[in-house]
Write a protein that binds this ligand. Structure first.
Ligand SMILES: [Zn+2]
Length: 564
């Protein structure tokens, strides 16, 4: 097993070495490949994890699979850690943990720990530079001029806040806790007030006006997916056209070429929530079965990880009247018809004992009591690293100011390294469960009954032993995104079909996902099975080979002897 630690955020070369290490040491379980290059030309690594045994074949393609990725947003590096932890847990658990063993014997994981290696490399640099996602300049390939540029201006490796005295400032020092700032009362005047701005340098400062410099790197890769993609004036950062960015195209191409994928999970930070579609419309727009199934998968996630599950539209809007589009989870559900999730790792609020808070809405409005809890948490659990007390600093443009406040990168946006493993360790169980509920095609019967005079009735019955139906979502069924089971017969020399065709499509197989909690009239019929029959003329006997395959449920093979 490669040397790996979960209290470190790995840079690209180290992460790549660890990923290769798994493939080199466990070729029976892990294969590594590049699914394409990033904008700056780095390989984007993908691990396929299934029980290959000693075969050279791509057996993963014949098994239901789960897609898992992380770190499409540059600074959300704990997403990569969650993927790495999954890989580690699967490789270690195979042969020991019954669920993991059964999962890898029958199914496959595709894990892409770092979708956006360029942006992550900037975030993890010794003097970090924080951007939303890709390092490609957008929309203009020019250096922006003027304004506040966020950077570690005192070179201590942290990016904090600048507290600037200003009679027009909206903040004042809290009387209750002098390290915290509170809003100035609406009609209040005559006190000592401040502006709070991100730590950084000011370009072309005129002594009066401060604006934030627009970022040269204005893309948001998680707005560049084809689902309901919208242009810049409606969706900031979406790029010039859907999948215009190599990081997104790599991923979309791979998933489109792997119709065996039955679900997808993308790791982000932060908020501590399992997010699901839709981003742009209410739950009423779901086919009911798909919403019910989403809720059941989410409940299992909550039970295992402690994270609640929520709809982006209902619970994760940045502004009540604005929706977000072009995201991964909406794309994989909408265009591919499988269950997709955006996991926002880590909740500083919950860590601090703030329960049932409103994710993004909390930033706009929350009680001061919450700030006190967060400060206490930083003092007691983080050794003061989460909220730095204000200290004087001679700023090159602003003169004497103070630096301090929240350390966003390692207390809020990502877990502090020493708390990382505890945060990500529950996820492999949920992801394994998520894959184990996939449809799975199995052989129920394959027989040849002699009918006399060299004729045989060949009968094949297949079944779906998974919880989900073979089509996975009603959305996929209604949009005809997935084909039914295809059954093919290969005859021995000298034989011919008297009835039936060589290739028969026998439709989809139901699962157990929609079974009611009280038995009802027709709920337990055998819709999870399907049958095909051929009459074969084989005067010289021989062996008929049968293959049944379903894009999402896998492949089964059988041989039947044609002998009187
Ligand atoms: Zn994100």
């Amino acid at each position: 097993m490669p040397d790996v630690r979960f209290d470190i955020y790995y840079r690209y070369d180290d992460l790549a070495r660890i990923l290769r290490g798994y493939a080199e040491e466990r070729p029976d379980l892990v294969r590594i490949r590049s699914i394409g290059k990033s904008y700056e030309g780095r390989d984007v690594w993908l691990l396929t994890i299934t029980h290959f045994g000693d075969t050279e074949k791509e057996v993963d393609r014949e098994r239901p699979a789960l897609w898992v990725d992380g770190n499409i947003h540059a600074s959300e590096v704990s997403g990569s850690s969650a993927c790495l932890y999954l890989i580690h847990a699967l490789v270690n658990g195979y042969g020991k943990d019954a669920d993991i063993t059964r999962c890898l014997d029958t199914r496959a994981f595709y894990v892409c720990p770092r979708v956006n290696p360029d942006g992550a490399e900037w975030a993890l640099a010794d003097r970090p530079k924080i951007i939303r996602s890709s390092t490609r300049p957008y929309p203009y390939d020019e250096e922006p001029l003027g304004g506040l540029v966020q950077e570690d201006v005192d070179g201590d490796g942290r990016m904090l806040w600048m507290r600037i005295p200003d009679p027009d400032g909206p903040w004042k020092v809290s009387e209750q806790e002098p390290r915290l700032m509170v809003r100035r009362e609406p009609a209040e005047t005559g006190g000592r007030y401040y502006r709070l701005l991100p730590e950084g340098r000011l370009e072309d400062y005129d002594g009066a006006l401060i604006n934030i410099q627009p970022r040269k790197e204005g893309l948001d890769l998680n707005r560049n997916f084809p689902a309901k993609w919208r242009q810049e004036h409606e969706q900031r950062g979406a790029g010039p056209y859907p999948t215009s960015e190599p990081e997104v195209r790599n991923l979309v191409d791979f998933i489109a070429q792997h119709p065996n994928i039955t679900g997808g999970v993308a790791f982000h930070t932060y908020s501590g929530v399992l997010l699901r579609p839709f981003s742009d419309q209410p739950d009423d727009e779901f086919v009911p079965e798909d919403l019910w199934t989403y809720q059941k998968i989410g409940e299992k996630g909550k039970e295992i990880t402690g994270y609640p599950h929520a709809s982006v539209f209902h619970d994760f809007k940045y502004y009540p009247k604005e929706v977000m589009t072009g995201a991964f989870d909406d794309w994989i559900f909408g265009h591919f018809g499988v269950f997709g999730w955006t996991v926002e790792l880590w909740s500083p609020q919950r860590q601090a004992g703030i329960e049932d808070y409103k994710f993004i809405e909390w930033d706009r409005e929350h009680p001061f009591e919450d700030d006190l809890k967060l400060l206490r948490w930083s003092d007691e659990k983080l050794g003061g690293r989460g909220y730095v007390d204000w200290y004087e600093f001679e700023h090159p443009q602003l003169g004497r100011i103070e630096l301090g406040g929240r350390d966003a990168m390692y207390a809020f946006r990502n877990p502090p390294p020493d708390l990382l493993e505890r945060e990500i360790s529950p996820f492999p169980r949920w992801l394994t469960w998520h894959l184990l509920i996939s449809p799975l095609l199995e052989l129920h019967e394959a027989t040849a009954r002699p009918l006399g005079e060299g004729r045989y009735l060949v009968r094949v019955v297949v079944r779906n032993s998974g919880w989900l139906p073979t089509y996975v979502t009603k959305n996929a069924l209604n949009r005809k995104l997935v084909r039914g089971v295809v059954c093919e017969i290969e005859l021995p020399d000298g034989a011919s079909l008297e009835t039936g065709r060589q290739r028969e499509e026998i439709g989809h197989l139901e699962g157990r996902a929609y079974k009611p909690s009280a038995p009802s009239y027709a709920s337990d019929t055998t819709e999870d099975r399907a049958k095909v029959e051929w009459v074969v003329s084989a005067p010289e006997g021989g062996t008929a080979r049968i293959t049944a395959r379903h894009e999402r449920a896998g492949v089964v093979r059988a041989e039947v002897e044609l002998s009187p």
